[in-house]
Write a protein that binds this ligand. Structure first.
Ligand SMILES: [Cu+2]
Length: 139
C-alpha cells in the first residue's frame, strides 16, 4: 500500500486534489455565490409570490414547492438576453431547487408549461409570474 502511494506521480495527486476540491465546491446545498433564498409555492394554478425581484448579477436560489397533492407543475423561464434558461418540473408535493443569475435588467415572464390534452394550459389558467431584474448596485 505504501509503495502504491509512493509511486503516484505528483500530477495524479494534484488531479485528485482538484477533483476533491471541485466536489466540495459543487456539493449540494447552498453554494457560496447564492446571496438569497426565495421560496416559491406552486399550487392551484398560481405561483406565490408571482412577482420576484432581484438585482442583475445576483444569484438567487429558488425553492420551488408544489403544494398540490396530485397535479405536477413546472417552472419555465426563458430569457436569452438575461442569460436565463430554466425548465424544471416539480412533482406534486415535491420541492426542487434552481439557482438563477439574471445578467441583464428587465422584466421577464416565467410560467408553468403543463397542459393536459383538451384542457387549458396551466399558464392560461393563470400560472404565470414576473421576474423583475433591477440594475446591479441599485437599492
Ligand atoms: Cu402547473
Amino acid at each position: 500500500m505504501d509503495r502504491l502511494i509512493a509511486r503516484q506521480s505528483p500530477l495524479v495527486i494534484t488531479l485528485t486534489g482538484m477533483l476533491f476540491t471541485g466536489f466540495v465546491l459543487f456539493a449540494p446545498g447552498v453554494p457560496a455565490a447564492v446571496t438569497r433564498i426565495m421560496p416559491v409555492k406552486m399550487g392551484d394554478y398560481r405561483f406565490n409570490p408571482d412577482t420576484i425581484r432581484v438585482k442583475a448579477g445576483q444569484t438567487v436560489q429558488l425553492e420551488l414547492t408544489n403544494t398540490d397533492s396530485l397535479t405536477p407543475h413546472n417552472f419555465t423561464l426563458k430569457a436569452e438576453a438575461a442569460g436565463l434558461d430554466v425548465d424544471t418540473d416539480v412533482s406534486a408535493g415535491k420541492t426542487e431547487v434552481v439557482n438563477i443569475t439574471p445578467l441583464a435588467p428587465g422584466s421577464y415572464k416565467f410560467y408553468c408549461n403543463k397542459k393536459l390534452i383538451f384542457m387549458k394550459s396551466h399558464r392560461d389558467r393563470g400560472m404565470e409570474g414576473t421576474l423583475i431584474v433591477a440594475p446591479a448596485g441599485s437599492e
